[in-house]
Design a protein around this ligand. Structure first.
Ligand code: SF4
Length: 284
């Protein structure tokens, strides 16, 4: 049996940058607090924990003062920065530059919409960290669109600016934009192409890889929205695709009559974890 690890898989540059910032700080041996999971992958979070990274939630963040906190690649709303100033918290800001640019874009759209009585829409997952950071740019007034059921909240007579969370599917985003366009009464409707290129291109790269194997193991954290999206995408190309978060979830029955196993993952899946999965398959 041949086992191939997808050469294009692994962390996106935003996550690589956040992790290397964390590792740089941790080298000083004083530990580091991180606001939320640095990456949506439990195995990588556990590895960093052993180096001294402590993940905290926003409730704990609000109680802190005179300390240092890492902001992960997903970004944060303005309130987080205001609290840091008020409580002498030094921020190690690892927000991905693409997310930072999107936050600025959303803020500009919000200011424009405020002047003309329009609305900002964000296509993304309710409660996702990046979406919370983006909504913060609009003083939490944006309409979050997760699915068609959310379209009822839009007033189609008023101007609209539409943005997407960076890790959404581009095809689904385009379909949503068309649906909104067909309902618009106001002619002031702008759609911004804000899906991360890395995510959009991953889907195309994955297509060939998924089609070239008999069994595809998709390695990802269950809480990664990019992972869920890419897994579903792979399953359409290669029905024999299995989702695993770590080696313990591999079922040897999957390997019967298989000649080539492919191993890939999300933009939040560490390469070492995919290699570990490959090693487990080779041993079986
Ligand atoms: S997926 Fe794209 S936008 Fe998100 S952290 Fe990675 S590089 Fe940045």
């Amino acid at each position: 049996m041949r086992v191939v690890v997808d050469s294009n898989a692994g962390f996106c540059f935003g996550v690589v940058k956040a992790i290397s910032k964390a590792e740089e700080e941790l080298k000083q041996g004083k530990g580091l607090l991180c606001l939320g999971d640095i990456v949506h992958n439990n195995a990588e979070v556990s590895r960093l924990r052993t180096l001294g990274l402590e993940v905290i939630d926003h409730e704990r963040y609000r109680t802190l003062s005179d300390t240092k906190v890492l902001i992960r690649a997903h970004g944060e709303p303005p309130q987080t920065y205001e609290q840091a100033k008020e409580h002498n918290i030094s921020l190690v800001d690892a927000t991905c530059p693409i997310v930072l640019a999107l936050q600025k874009n959303v803020r500009n759209g919000y200011e424009e919409m405020r002047r003309v009585g329009g609305q900002v829409l964000i296509y993304g997952k309710h409660g996702h960290a990046e979406v919370i950071g983006l909504n913060g740019q609009t003083d939490n007034t944006a309409i979050i669109i997760s699915g068609v059921e959310d379209l009822e909240a839009i007033d189609y007579r008023r101007p609209v600016r539409l943005y997407s969370q960076t890790t959404q599917s581009r095809d689904e985003y385009n379909a949503l934009a068309e649906k909104i366009a067909s309902r618009m009464i106001s002619d002031d409707f702008k759609v911004y192409d804000t899906v991360c290129r890395r995510v959009a291109n991953r889907a195309a790269e994955l297509k060939d890889f998924a089609a070239s194997v008999d069994l595809l193991l998709f390695v990802s954290g269950e809480n990664s929205s990019n992972g869920q999206y890419l897994f579903e995408y792979c399953r359409k190309v290669q029905p024999n695709t299995r989702f695993v978060s770590d080696v313990s979830q591999i079922d040897d029955d999957w390997l019967k009559d298989i000649s080539t196993v492919g191993i890939t993952g999300a933009t939040s899946t560490p390469r070492w974890l995919m290699e570990e999965v490959a090693g487990r398959i080779v041993e079986s």
